[in-house]
Design a protein around this ligand. Structure first.
Ligand code: FA5
Ligand code: MG
Length: 414
């Protein structure tokens, strides 16, 4: 029911993205700024840290999972378009129609039918359906979010899926008469209704060994990891892997046993499988000591040149001096029919691009008499590439101020 600023300005316009032409509608939340990121494919730029980490992960899977003939089991897809149908992103992986993850305020919808994928899980169904048993998908994903050192509206994920037939899974126990499926349809914390506990435990063991092995391959044998139980609509049971980084636990991936209903609808109902989704920026920030997620988008040669060495996986990034920040506050009365902060964050991004380093809500107050709500945000402007002058920032900020009035329907107070 919330309006977003994109709908007020761009209904019925033609959107051209990734070789497709689409007509925007009342669902559109994608901004021209975000559309300009599509096609950058940082994960495919040779020498880029996201490409280096993608190749490291791919090599781990190529080496550690071989079929009987000694060939890699997994194949990798790193060039699938991020323009997907809403069905692919959500319905195909069993996300219910009213699930919070579908909110307009959190996603970049192109229109009612298409969106920029919010996770690489959007491709699970089509690839399983095409007959693959083991695959990786690397790609850019898009989410409307806040702005700071660890959040950027475009980031990258690597999906992995591995399916097992009964004879593959029970290969080592030919006399045990083990089965994948049972006729005792109860869903418990450990398993789905149609799976046997022994099948689930074997797949879960393989999944966890594989991913712990990946963490050790990337970060060394000493890396501390832990498993946390969680929920996803497309897996059960589901887990997150956390690694110890600078004294804190950092979530790096989600995974689990694939929902049988998904496999069934994709034509692989006779197999059991696992799936996982890794955050490439998170892993690369840990591996290379990269302090700020926006650096991945920097064109500054002092960034990218540090990775142009014979053993790039061993690079420890040396931060170069930061250019000085310029701060501006903006406060406004929110419209009476509601306001979502992500609309404001997107507007800041559209107007200021990467020069908006951080946006913080520093005051949120309700007028006791009029009942109106006022927000005050502090914006930190800083360029990765040069010193911004006060005048330069002043122009950006006044542009932002006037667009707040016209596009967000707020009343700017100062
Ligand atoms: C997912 O996106 C699921 N599709 C993952 C999955 C796949 C689960 C297959 C089960 C089976 P989540 O939203 O937690 O889950 O994101 C997965 C990973 O992406 C996170 O663990 C994190 O490493 C990374 N990630 C998520 N949000 C961000 C963000 N805003 N910035 C950087 N990395 C992020
Ligand atoms: Mg998560």
């Amino acid at each position: 029911h919330h309006q977003t600023f994109a709908t007020k300005s761009s209904q019925d316009h033609e959107i051209s993205v990734s070789g497709k032409k689409l007509i925007s509608d009342d669902f559109t939340t994608a901004t021209p700024k975000i559309l300009s990121r599509v096609g950058a494919n940082l994960h495919n730029q040779e020498g880029h840290p996201l490409c280096i980490i993608k190749e490291q992960i791919r090599d781990y899977f190529y080496r550690s999972s071989l079929n009987k003939r000694g060939n890699p089991l997994f194949s990798i897809y790193d060039n699938l378009s991020p323009v997907v149908t809403v069905w692919q992103n959500f319905d195909s992986v069993l996300v219910p129609g009213d699930h919070v993850s579908r909110r307009k305020g959190d996603n970049y919808y192109l229109n009612r039918e298409f969106m920029l994928r919010a996770h690489t899980s959007a491709h699970q169904h089509e690839l399983v359906n095409s007959g693959l048993d083991a695959f990786l998908v690397a790609g850019d994903v898009y989410r409307r979010d806040e702005i700071d050192a660890t959040h950027f509206p475009v980031f990258h994920q690597m999906e992995g899926v591995r399916l097992f037939s009964d004879f593959e899974l029970f290969d080592k126990y030919p006399d045990a008469k083990l089965k994948l499926f049972c006729n005792d349809p109860v869903r418990i914390q450990e398993k789905q209704e149609h799976h046997t506990l022994e099948a689930v435990k074997l797949v879960e063991f393989d999944l966890k060994q594989t991913l712990e092995g990946l963490a050790k391959y990337l970060f060394g044998e000493e890396i501390e990891v832990r498993w946390v139980v969680t929920d996803f609509p497309f897996t059960h049971p589901s887990f997150e892997l956390e690694i110890k980084f600078q004294g804190e636990w950092l979530e790096v991936l989600g995974c689990g046993i694939m929902e049988q209903e998904l496999l069934h609808s994709a034509g692989a109902g006779h197999k059991i499988g696992y799936a996982f989704g890794l955050g490439l920026e998170r892993l690369a920030m840990v591996l290379f000591n990269i302090p700020d997620i926006r650096l991945f988008w920097s064109l500054d040669p002092r960034f990218i040149n540090q990775f142009k060495v014979p053993d790039p996986q061993k690079v420890k990034f040396k931060p170069f001096s930061k250019f000085p920040p310029v701060f501006h506050d903006i406060s406004f009365w929110c419209p009476d029919d509601g306001f979502i902060s992500n609309d404001f964050y997107d507007l800041v991004r559209s107007v200021a691009g990467e020069t908006a380093e951080k946006v913080e809500l520093i005051d949120d107050f309700l007028h006791p008499k009029t009942g109106r709500i006022s927000h005050c945000y502090r914006i930190t402007y800083r360029s990765m590439d040069k010193t911004l002058t006060k005048d330069e920032v002043g122009l950006i900020h006044s542009d932002l101020t006037s667009k707040c009035n016209t596009l967000l329907g707020v009343e700017v107070r100062g």
